[in-house]
Design a protein around this ligand. Structure first.
Ligand code: NAP
Length: 252
């Protein structure tokens, strides 16, 4: 549950959360809304899940809409940004959260596994950000927050495609931050460690036990713990080009 001591300091701010229908993205959407933002919840296939996030936000008086768009497709990503402007009039916060895994050792990795992950996780942030950046630069305000991963920092067995996509997000974050800083647009990344979501549910129990045993805090993270870092970056004004690790000490 999103904490109730939320304030309204993001009042009048318009946020887009890609992949906001489930997992970390759904919690990010709820915490931004609980802090006053109006939120566009992007999803690709999970319409019902997106609608239940909206219902929860509406319950505490927040405003949210949903938009179906595959952010791996540039036309659909542009549609997402246009729809947001149509519904809310502007865009202030873009959270690039949508992501997938197709884990295989490199020897077994197909070209399709490679391209799909790079497309949904990395090309997507070009698709959404390029569609919104002019607006943010003109209004001299913007918060772009990219959900990378510990795997982009440490690497992982069977995840060359995913790791490459998540490292790419960090390089993108630093470079774009340099280009947009003087116009009041900050660009940051959040690198979650191992978070208890459906993405992680595909991992066998034995592997989870091994992973947890290596985490200094000896547990998986909660989606709320990642969302709090996103909220912090959305509210902050003098932090840019950074990656915040939310990983229980698993990578320092
Ligand atoms: P999740 O539970 O599997 O949810 C993924 C979300 O992304 C869903 O809302 C899904 O929407 C959306 N999505 C997938 N492909 C999409 C596409 N082509 N276009 C638009 N939306 C798409 O994943 P999660 O665990 O919350 O992960 C969220 C982000 O955090 C990802 O970028 C992931 O890499 C990163 N991360 C997760 C962990 C972890 O341990 N869970 C750790 C580090 C980083 P639909 O259901 O509608 O397709």
């Amino acid at each position: 549950m999103v904490k109730q001591e939320a304030d309204a300091s993001l009042k009048d701010k318009i946020a887009i959360v890609t992949g906001g229908s489930r997992g970390i993205g759904a919690t990010i959407a709820k915490i931004l809304a609980a802090n006053g933002a109006s939120v566009m919840i992007n999803y690709n296939t999970s319409k019902d899940a997106a609608e239940s996030v909206i219902a929860e936000i509406n319950q505490y008086g927040g405003k949210a809409f949903a938009c179906k768009a595959n952010v791996g497709n540039i036309d659909e990503a542009q549609y997402l940004i246009e729809e947001t402007k149509k519904q809310f009039g502007r865009v202030d916060i873009l959270v690039n959260n949508a992501g997938i895994t197709r884990d295989r050792t490199f020897k077994k990795l197909s070209a399709e596994d490679w391209y799909e992950v790079i497309n949904v996780n990395l090309n997507s942030i070009y698709h959404t950000t390029s569609a919104v950046i002019d607006t943010m630069l003109e209004q001299k305000y913007g918060r772009i927050i990219n959900i990378s991963s510990i795997i982009g920092q440490s690497g992982a067995f069977g995840q060359t495609n995913y790791s490459a996509s998540k490292s790419g997000m960090i390089g993108f974050t630093k470079s774009l931050a340099l280009e947009t800083a003087k116009n009041g647009v900050t660009v940051n990344a959040v690198c979650p460690g191992f978070i208890d979501t459906e993405m992680f549910a595909a991992v066998p129990d034995q592997v989870i036990e091994q992973i947890v045993s290596k985490i200094p805090m000896k547990r998986l993270g909660a989606t709320e713990e990642v969302a709090e870092a996103v909220l912090f970056l959305a509210k902050s004004s003098y932090i840019t080009g950074q990656s915040i690790n939310v990983n229980g000490g698993a990578y320092m």
